[in-house]
Write a protein that binds this ligand. Structure first.
Ligand code: AHM
Ligand code: MG
Length: 316
């Protein structure tokens, strides 16, 4: 029996058509991101084979010059975004400064080309994260102003998950045809789930409120179950689909936490909120309302199921 399955491109075009003022510019931008991540995915898959893990400039088993996978992904994404003809400024977690591609370009894009890259060597999931704003001249805008955000998870399957303000949609790469197919419609974060995801090794360094919270959830009649990959895309993806709470909080060694506002926290918080979950930073404030101070700013983040975040907030 024939059944038509929507591809990512078809889906984006259909979404854009709903907006009478749309010009096709966003579709073009997303298509370029899609093409870049497909190439990254194919390299991630072969990374164990071709010794691509060597340092930049090293040679692989075939005597070819290899580039670290995160450098490669960074350059590729940058080039593809530039080629799209739709971007004003592009900022990457791998670079210190944003790059002006075209002052008049319609969108500014922030990306983390390969998050969790320390996990490549051990064959654990990694991901690409992106965040898109209108180019209004000011590169640093509040997360609330994102027009779209998403991530790609290089896992047992490759998944592209994004939102442009009309829910969160998931697509799985069919490697036999090279297209992302619509596999997860309008993803909603379950309201509650007894999963907690945090680097527990830092427990003695956490603030008192966090320590009290963690002690309490372990003492419940049905104790919370620990789930921590250490790759943000994987941990947030699980939280999006299964629910629970993901935390990268302040600690004595890192008073602002480890994750970056513009590259990691804002896009993931936007997706979680779009899917009906909650995200909070210091003092329970939404990270999306933080006025960014600089590109590399780090902020504490706690996100996940609505009821789990409400419970956590009672400990502040
Ligand atoms: P990276 O950008 O250097 O790859 O680091 C970010 C990663 C996230 O994917 C993950 O959530 C976090 O680091 C884990 O950090 P921790 O060392 O606190 O467990
Ligand atoms: Mg990162």
């Amino acid at each position: 029996m024939y059944r038509h399955i929507t591809t990512l491109t078809e889906f984006v075009v259909a979404q854009e058509k709903k907006n009478p003022h749309a010009t096709g510019s966003f579709t073009l931008l997303l298509t370029h991101i899609e093409n870049a991540v497909k190439i990254i995915a194919s390299h991630v898959k072969r990374s164990g084979l071709v010794d691509i893990l060597g340092k930049t400039g090293a040679t692989n088993a075939y005597d070819e010059e290899v580039m670290k996978l995160d450098d490669f992904s960074d350059k590729l994404l940058f080039d593809m975004l530039k080629d799209s003809g739709q971007v004003g400024y592009v900022a990457s977690e791998e670079k210190e400064e944003p790059v002006c591609v075209d002052k008049k370009g319609k969108y500014n894009v922030f990306f983390d080309p390969l998050d969790g890259s320390s996990n490549i060597d051990v064959n654990i999931n990694i991901g690409t994260i992106f965040s898109i704003y209108q180019n209004k001249g000011d590169v640093l805008q509040e997360g609330r102003k994102q027009v779209a955000a998403g991530y790609v998870l290089y896992g047992s399957s490759v998944m592209f998950v994004y939102s442009s303000g009309q829910g969160v949609h998931g697509f799985t790469l069919d490697p036999t045809i090279g297209s992302f197919l619509h596999s997860h419609e309008n993803i909603r974060v379950p309201e509650t789930k007894n999963y907690y995801s945090i680097n527990d090794g830092n427990v003695e360094l956490f603030e008192d409120s966090m320590q009290r919270y963690l002690t309490s959830i372990k003492k419940e009649e049905k104790p919370y179950q620990s789930r921590y990959v250490g790759s943000m895309v994987a941990d947030v993806h699980r939280t999006l689909l299964k629910g629970g709470i993901f935390m990268n909080p302040a600690n004595k060694k890192r008073p602002t936490g480890k994750l970056r506002l513009m590259y990691e926290v804002n896009p993931m918080s936007y997706l979680i909120e779009q899917a009906g979950g909650s995200a909070v930073s210091s003092q329970g404030k939404s990270p999306l309302d933080i006025e960014p101070q600089n590109l590399t700013q780090r902020v504490p983040i706690v996100l996940g199921s609505k009821k789990e975040i409400e419970k956590y907030l009672t400990f502040l």
